[in-house]
Design a protein around this ligand. Structure first.
Ligand code: S3P
Length: 436
């Protein structure tokens, strides 16, 4: 794959369904009674991993390539898997399913790819152990032939659930994955389970679980859930993923001849910090046709060529745009002045260490970027040139630097561009469609 500058980008597109919401549709459908229909489901590798794990837990799931039908068996209908549950590259699958498995009276073993095996799991082991679950990590180099215990707090690991106790967990990090794991385990608890976060993270779990019939209450940064609800299957229409739309927002704003309409995009305020950041940078961005779909706010987003300037991205805003920071760093490289990103140490434990991988690749293209312990400082308007991008198998690094490459002098190539299938299988085709 080789990318280089194009004359202009014009037109409309609908990005694929939201990854977070697609995962949750399968999971919550599986533990509800009756049929759940998930339309505009994201057919990306991560969400397909969630489908395959729940099939192994005894749930029948039909997937026609767009719509997914989940034949739920209720809160207590899952059965012990006969093989290892493989989550692939998906941290969301691993952490949320662990919450559900913490409530099951059987053992399961979970594993994933090389990136998953490095991602920290102590953040869920701590609260879920407090709720009564038991965990054992394995040495992946000997796994599964010769199982050896390890202290690494990473996958692969075995979990034994059952006899779940309620807790009030004060999470040290703002993480929707941690919050969701605890709330899902709380469905099986012996009283009301609460999670308090330092800053509110995305609230798709709270919104969607309430839609399935859970008794869940959110007050400021605390979510509380009552155990043993009667969950009923739902029809869910998944909005377009704002994290995928972010690449086209950036492209429309950076490129000197661009106007792009991104239709049907989720704009949940716990997720849409990219919109505020883009506006703060001087981006020409308009929300059209705002509406609510399956309990989630949705809009069409119109972006056009803009003269961007630097900004500061920090504090409470960080969880609302955590996955968009690599593309925001690329936008900053095309902006006048300096952009500072801080309070974002979570970037280090994503699919790659995104402080390191953004820095390495932006420098390779001639950008002026300094990594910091909790973010980065980018001086904009240094002319970027094409380079060989090292993705580290991280879909968001590949897509962010594809957008940089489309606005740089010369050719940009990738050591491995296929990783975009994790969240946006048609990414390169969609770029081609808009290019003139
Ligand atoms: C996700 C939550 C975020 C995000 C991830 C998806 C989710 O992780 O980075 O891509 O669906 O709950 P944290 O909330 O753990 O930071």
């Amino acid at each position: 794959m080789e990318l280089e500058a194009k004359h202009s980008f014009h037109g409309e597109l609908s990005v694929p369904g939201d990854k977070s919401i697609s995962h949750r549709g399968i999971m919550f459908g599986a533990i509800s009674n009756g049929l759940t229909e998930v339309s505009n489901f994201l057919q990306g590798a991560d969400c397909l991993s969630t489908i395959s794990c729940f099939r192994q837990l005894g749930i029948s799931i039909e997937n026609d390539g767009c719509k997914v039908l989940v034949h739920g068996k209720g809160l207590h209908g899952l059965t012990a898997p006969s093989q290892i549950l493989n989550v692939g590259n998906s941290g969301t699958t691993l952490r949320l399913i662990s919450g559900i498995l913490a409530g099951q009276p059987f053992q399961s073993t979970l594993d994933g790819d090389a990136s998953i095996r490095k991602r920290p799991m102590k953040r869920i082991f701590t609260p879920l152990s407090e709720m009564g679950a038991w965990f054992q990590c394995w040495d992946s180099s000997h796994f599964p032939k010769q199982q050896q215990k390890t202290n690494s707090d990473c996958a692969p690991f075995t979990i034994q659930g059952g006899n779940t106790k309620h807790i009030h967990y004060h999470s040290p990090i703002a993480s929707a994955q941690v919050k969701s794991a605890v709330l899902l385990a709380g469905l099986y608890g012996d009283g009301i389970t609460k999670v308090t976060e330092p800053v509110l993270s995305r609230n798709h779990t709270e919104l969607m679980l309430a839609g399935f019939g859970a008794d869940i209450l959110s007050t400021d940064t605390t979510a509380a859930i009552r155990p043993e609800p009667k969950l009923e299957g739902q029809s869910i229409h998944v909005p377009g993923d704002i994290s995928s739309a972010a690449y086209f927002i950036a492209l429309g704003l950076i490129h000197p001849h661009a106007e792009i309409l991104i239709q049907n995009t989720g704009i949940n305020p716990t997720r849409s910090g990219i919109l505020q950041a883009a506006i703060a940078m001087g981006g020409k961005l308009t929300l059209l046709n705002q509406r609510t779909v399956s309990g989630e706010p949705v809009a069409d987003i119109l972006v056009s060529s803009s003269n961007l300037h630097g900004t500061v991205i920090e504090g409470n805003m960080i969880p609302t745009l955590i996955d968009e920071l690599p593309i925001l760093a690329v936008m900053a490289a095309f902006a006048e002045g300096t952009t500072i990103i801080k309070d974002a140490q979570e970037l280090k434990v994503k699919e790659s260490d995104r402080i390191a991988t953004v820095t390495e690749n932006l420098k390779a293209m001639g950008g002026d970027i300094t990594p910091t312990p909790d973010g980065m400082v980018i001086k904009g308007h240094t002319p970027l040139h094409g380079a060989q991008i090292k993705t580290y198998g991280d879909h968001r690094i590949a897509m962010s630097f594809a957008i940089a490459g489309l606005n740089a002098q010369g050719k940009t190539t990738f050591d491995e561009e296929g990783c975009v299938t994790v969240s946006y299988p048609s990414f390169y085709e969609d770029i081609e469609r808009l290019a003139r």
